[in-house]
Design a protein around this ligand. Sequence first.
Ligand SMILES: [Zn+2]
Length: 132
Amino acid sequence: MKQRKEKTMPDYGYFCKGDIIPAGEMKRQFLSKGMKPTTGYVCIRRLAGKQCKIGSPRGGRCECTHPLFDHTELFIKDGKPHTLVTQPYSLRDEELSALLSMCEKFNLKISMDGAAWHFPGRALRVVITQKH
Ligand SMILES: [Zn+2]
């Protein structure tokens, strides 16, 4: 006779001082800084006050279609695009170079840490904002 298995939620989050902090809680803390997800294009150009090329009449390729952008979200603060978060599993030299070039071109600053809520402990969190 087969033993009945209990369904349990996977422990999915950050391990901190013996506790699991759910990934959703990390995102909630991030959003508590007055940010909300955009309902428009998730595009690095919008941080520079420019339109995403995908939405333009000419169409075409846009910087935001670069494969380095993975699990990407754009957040609005005070009614304007404020922070882009992308959570790739890795960044190879050419991807990192492309990312830094984009930030320089659009006058943006970048930081990276391990606080990805997409896949804690596996994905990188790259945070891109305007220079103030
Ligand atoms: Zn775009």
